[in-house]
Design a protein around this ligand. Structure first.
Ligand SMILES: [Fe+2]
Length: 311
């Protein structure tokens, strides 16, 4: 018994809520891997944040994703007690299917809201009119210190699943060359028949309705994308700019889908909150849905390219 929900499309693409399958002109489209991407929780214990996590838990667990990628900025200030609550949330979702990388907020030295050492003269320097102030230069805190590794095995992850080879790299404040090489070597050592997926926190492409600020994009984003295309990586996930968007990018080497996820629960300003649900077929073809938390609606950001070719 199907419970039909029309997918926003001029084509005959429909989704059955009961059996979690997509149909095109009545014919089932096989979905073998469902990835949920969450990011930029900026979690700090408030009633709004806890209510947001509860709503997110209900929506995500109903989808029964195969893999949940937490793409950084899990916490507001990088504090252990904030990580503790986020980790409990991920545990409820099933920690064995979660892979995570940190974002800039998860390194306490990079945040301006965390308490500083009492002997800091930071206030004086911040008040000086010509003081240049950048991330990771605050006194009394190591730039590379984060409680993230008290909860997760490493700042990066490298995994081979039957349906995807997945690499996530810490991008704070950038992706080190040796870490990127380790990631590309991992892809090269994996079966070319298994779709390849890449993840990092800082954005790889600008998104509409968001003016690009210093630090939004990785400085070597174009080189990273070119290398990922060269390696036939099918999906690149990034975050940081708090906007849901999907690009399909191609060159003579191949095609890659690049997605930016919105903040999961931080609705400050007029931002839309939610997460991405990414369906990947065995041949690496990708479709992307944005699930909003505020309106609890599903909005398709990107159709499968095969669907378009069938028309
Ligand atoms: Fe960020």
């Amino acid at each position: 018994m199907h419970t039909w929900k029309r997918v926003r499309s001029k084509h005959s693409l429909e989704y059955c809520d009961s059996c979690r399958r997509y149909f095109f002109n009545g014919r089932e489209l096989e979905v073998i891997l469902l990835i949920v991407q969450i990011s930029d929780l900026h979690y700090a214990p408030t009633s709004d944040a806890d209510a947001g996590l509860e709503r997110a838990y209900g929506l995500i667990s109903a989808l029964e994703p195969d893999l949940i990628v937490a793409a950084g900025d899990l916490t507001h200030d990088g504090l252990t007690e904030q990580f503790d609550q986020v980790y409990r949330f991920l545990e409820r979702l099933g920690i064995s299917r979660v892979r995570a990388i940190p974002g800039n907020r998860d390194f306490p030295a990079g945040n301006s809201t965390v308490d500083r050492p009492l002997d800091s003269d930071l206030e004086y320097f911040l008040g000086a009119p010509d003081t240049a102030f950048t991330d990771h230069e605050l006194p009394g805190l190591a730039a590379d210190r984060t409680p993230f590794t008290d909860f997760f095995a490493d700042l990066d992850f490298f995994d081979r699943f039957p349906d995807a080879t997945v690499v996530g790299l810490n991008s704070e404040p950038q992706i080190p060359d040796d870490a990127f090489k380790r990631g590309t070597d991992f892809f090269r050592g994996s079966s070319p028949a298994v779709p390849r997926v890449f993840c990092t926190h800082r954005s790889l492409l600008p998104v509409p309705r968001k003016r690009v600020k210093e630090g939004d994009l990785l400085k070597n984003a174009a080189s990273i994308l070119a290398e990922l295309l060269n390696l036939n990586v099918r999906l690149a996930m990034c975050a940081h700019v708090h906007r849901g968007h999907a690009w399909r990018l191609s060159n003579d080497e191949g095609e890659i889908v690049v997605v930016n996820s919105p903040s999961l629960i931080d609705s400050s300003g007029t931002k839309e909150t939610g997460f991405l649900a990414i369906q990947m077929e065995p041949d690496g073809d990708v479709a992307v849905d944005l699930h909003t938390l505020n309106q609890a609606e599903r909005r398709r950001l990107l159709q499968r390219s095969k669907t378009a070719r069938r028309l």
